[in-house]
Design a protein around this ligand. Structure first.
Ligand SMILES: Nc1nc2c(ncn2[C@@H]2O[C@H](COP(=O)(O)OP(=O)(O)OP(=O)(O)O)[C@@H](O)[C@H]2O)c(=O)[nH]1
Length: 338
């Protein structure tokens, strides 16, 4: 067993071939279509991204579809990604988007929500519409759109929840009517279903999105997810799991220690590693495995990402073929297991 001083974390993560890279479902497509239809009737688009994955939760499809539209980018769940490096990280992210408006929110912080309202009000005043200014929330699944809508209504109108929220993706399935989040000036907001990326560029992005709950939990093996989480934590601060185990690169060792400690044992007292992995993921999502950002944030990161996307330059046709082939392979591997 390694002490923290002598521990050498893995420099790379061996991505299993089995990780699916597509998750573009029917309601994502329908959400995108409806969003496109509404775009011309809204004055401001509030695009939500998850602060823990500021690059991975960016959907390039929005870039294409929202071109030329007034947009504010809100990095949600900042409470779950914040650590002592926060001010520098936020400044770097802000600079990625200059001159666009960028805000960071914890939906329970009235101060954060007031900043969103203040910017929305400026936009509404400039529009000066007699029938109210319409705005639209967009973003990847489970990034916190409905929670933001409820928080805006709570702070702006002193009213209770208007949208259902939940820990799994796909809670909002359709675009309903607008919700009033402020009355002076009148601001009406559309919530929209989360729209996933048609084809995730690499397995690491999919693992990060799965860790923060952007995809259905059954899509990726929880032990693999924990292994990736361990890989990231080891690069950052292995002491984050010191209460269970000294620094290790072996996820089985860590899960076994956690299973024994938390009593997750199966028949004959054998540690239940799958149940423990699910528990560890839930704990991470609630901030109990440390609060940090999973993407590498540096001044050039967004630029590199967009260049990579351009280089990959997948045509819509190639993308559809990729998704189809992957689904078929996934189905075949499942039926082999049955
Ligand atoms: N800690 C924390 N949790 C948040 C925050 N915002 C949202 N959540 C949680 O994230 C989960 C998803 O939130 P939702 O508001 O349902 O997300 P959504 O983007 O509307 O989800 P879809 O309808 O699936 O697209 C819920 O469990 C929320 O409680 C936040 O600022 N901080």
């Amino acid at each position: 067993m390694a002490s923290t001083a002598s521990f050498i974390p893995r420099a790379t993560f061996p991505h299993p071939e089995s990780i699916i890279k597509s998750y573009f479902l029917g309601h994502h497509k329908a959400g995108l279509t409806k969003m496109r239809q509404l775009i011309s009737s809204v004055e401001l688009i509030i695009e939500c991204r998850d602060y823990r994955v500021p690059l991975s939760s960016r959907n390039p499809m929005f870039e294409k579809n929202l071109i030329g539209r007034e947009r504010m980018i809100v990095y949600t769940k900042r409470d779950l990604g914040s650590n002592e490096l926060d001010p520098r990280t936020r400044e770097t992210i802000r600079r990625w988007h200059t001159p666009q408006k960028v805000l960071f929110t914890d939906c329970t912080s009235d101060n954060d929500i007031k900043k969103v309202i203040s910017y929305a009000k400026d936009t509404a005043r400039a529009v000066d519409s007699l029938t109210g200014t319409r705005m639209m929330l967009v973003g990847m699944p489970n990034v916190g759109k409905s929670s933001l809508l409820n928080a805006l209504r709570r702070v702006g109108m002193h009213k209770g929840k208007a949208a259902i929220t939940g820990g799994q993706p796909g809670v909002t399935r359709s675009i309903g009517s607008t919700v009033r989040v402020c009355s002076d000036p009148d601001i009406l907001l559309y919530d929209t279903p989360g729209v996933f990326i048609p084809y995730v560029p690499n397995a690491a992005t999919m693992l990060k999105l799965a860790l923060v709950g952007c995809v259905k939990d059954s899509l990726i093996d929880p032990v693999t997810l924990c292994d990736y989480l361990l890989f990231r934590i080891n690069l950052l601060a292995p002491e984050l799991y010191a209460q269970w185990h000294p620094p290790t690169n072996d996820v089985m060792e860590l899960l076994t220690a956690m299973a024994i400690e938390t009593g997750r044992l199966g028949k004959g007292g054998v540690p239940d590693l799958t149940a423990t992995a699910i528990w560890m993921i839930q704990r991470y999502r609630a901030g109990g495995m440390g609060r940090f950002i999973l993407d590498d944030v540096d001044p050039g990161a967004l630029q590199r990402r967009t260049e990579e996307e351009a280089k990959e330059g997948m045509s819509a046709n190639q993308m559809r073929k990729g998704i189809k082939a992957e689904r078929a392979a996934h189905k075949a591997s499942r039926s082999n297991l049955d």
